[in-house]
Design a protein around this ligand. Structure first.
Ligand SMILES: O=C(O)c1ccccc1NCC(=O)[C@H](O)[C@H](O)COP(=O)(O)O
Length: 261
C-alpha cells in the first residue's frame, strides 16, 4: 500500500468513529456553523502575492517539521504578513494537526482558512464548517468524479470555497465541474513524494480560465513564484518553507516583501 492509500484507509476508520461520537446535529449547533465565510478565491483574485501559508507540524515526506510553535502565534504572524489565506492541516496521525488547530486559528484571524484534510465523506464538510473553515480541499487522486460532484456541491451549499487538487492530466480531466472555485496543481506526487514545479507548468494550459489556479507544494523561493506566475497561477500554497523556521510569520513577511517589491 502506498502512503496515500494508507492515509485514506485510516481516514475511513477515523470518520466512522467520529460519526458515532459526534452526531451531525451537534456539529450544526456550533456557533461557527452560521458564521459568514470569507472567500479565499476572491482574495486570491484581488491579490498581488497570492500566498496561502500553511500550518504543518510534520508530514509523511519530511517527518518532523516543527512542534515548537503555537498555532495562534503562527496564525497572527501569517495574518500580519499579509497572506491571502491560511491552510490548516487537521489530520492527526500523519501531519500532527487537529480540528482544535482550526478553531484556534479561527479565533485568531479573519483571513480565509482552508481546512487541509483528506476529505472522503460529507461529514467532514460539516466538521469544517463547525470548526470555522472558509474553504475545503478535495483531492482528485482519492475521489471519483461522482464523489467530487457531491462533495463540492454540498460545500458550496454551506458557503465553503472549494479547492480541487490534481497532479496529472487524467485527474484534471475527470474533475472539472462548475462547483469548484480553485484548481490546485500539487507539485508533489503524493505516492512517491517526488516534487517538480514542471507539474504546475505542464498542467496550466489544460485548466479552464474560469478557475483560479493554485500551485501547491515544494515552493521555497520567490523566484519559483515568478517562474509560475506567467503560467497563470494566482495562488501559491507554502508550508514547510515557513514552518521550518522559528518564526513562520516573520519568514512569510520577508518572503512577501521580496515578492512584491
Ligand atoms: O507533504 C507531504 O509530505 C504530503 C504527503 C502525502 C500527502 C500530502 C502531503 N502534503 C500535503 C500538502 O499538500 C502540502 O502540505 C502543501 O501543499 C504544502 O507543501 P510544502 O510547501 O511542500 O510543505
Amino acid at each position: 500500500m502506498n502512503i496515500l492509500d494508507k492515509i485514506v484507509f485510516d481516514k475511513h476508520k477515523e470518520v466512522a468513529l467520529k460519526k458515532a461520537l459526534i452526531p451531525v446535529s451537534q456539529l450544526e449547533q456550533s456557533v461557527l456553523f452560521e458564521k459568514p465565510t470569507f472567500s479565499l478565491a476572491t482574495k486570491l483574485k484581488e491579490s498581488d502575492s497570492g500566498i496561502i501559508a500553511e500550518h504543518k507540524r510534520r508530514s509523511p515526506s519530511k517527518s518532523v517539521i516543527n512542534y515548537n510553535l503555537n498555532v495562534q502565534d503562527v496564525t497572527k504572524g501569517y495574518t500580519n504578513a499579509g497572506v491571502c489565506g491560511m491552510s490548516v492541516l487537521t489530520d492527526g496521525k500523519y501531519f500532527g494537526g487537529s480540528l482544535d488547530d482550526l478553531v484556534l486559528a479561527r479565533a485568531s484571524t479573519n483571513i480565509p482558512l482552508l481546512r487541509k484534510e483528506f476529505i472522503i465523506d460529507e461529514y467532514q464538510l460539516l466538521e469544517a464548517k463547525a470548526y470555522g473553515a472558509d474553504a475545503i480541499l478535495l483531492i482528485a487522486a482519492i475521489l471519483g468524479r461522482a464523489e467530487i460532484k457531491t462533495l463540492s456541491e454540498l460545500a458550496k451549499s454551506l458557503d465553503l470555497d472549494v479547492l480541487l487538487e490534481v497532479h496529472n492530466q487524467e485527474e484534471l480531466e475527470k474533475s472539472v465541474m462548475p462547483s469548484l472555485d480553485m484548481l490546485g496543481v500539487n507539485n508533489r506526487n503524493l505516492k512517491t513524494f517526488e516534487v517538480s514545479l514542471d507539474t504546475s507548468k505542464s498542467l496550466s494550459p489544460l485548466i479552464p480560465d474560469d478557475f483560479i489556479k493554485v500551485s501547491e507544494s515544494g515552493i521555497s523561493t520567490v523566484s519559483a513564484i515568478k517562474e509560475l506566475q506567467p503560467y497563470g497561477y494566482k495562488g501559491f500554497l507554502i508550508g514547510e518553507n515557513f514552518m521550518k523556521t522559528d518564526n513562520p510569520g516573520k519568514s512569510a513577511t520577508e518572503f512577501i516583501k521580496e515578492l512584491t517589491k
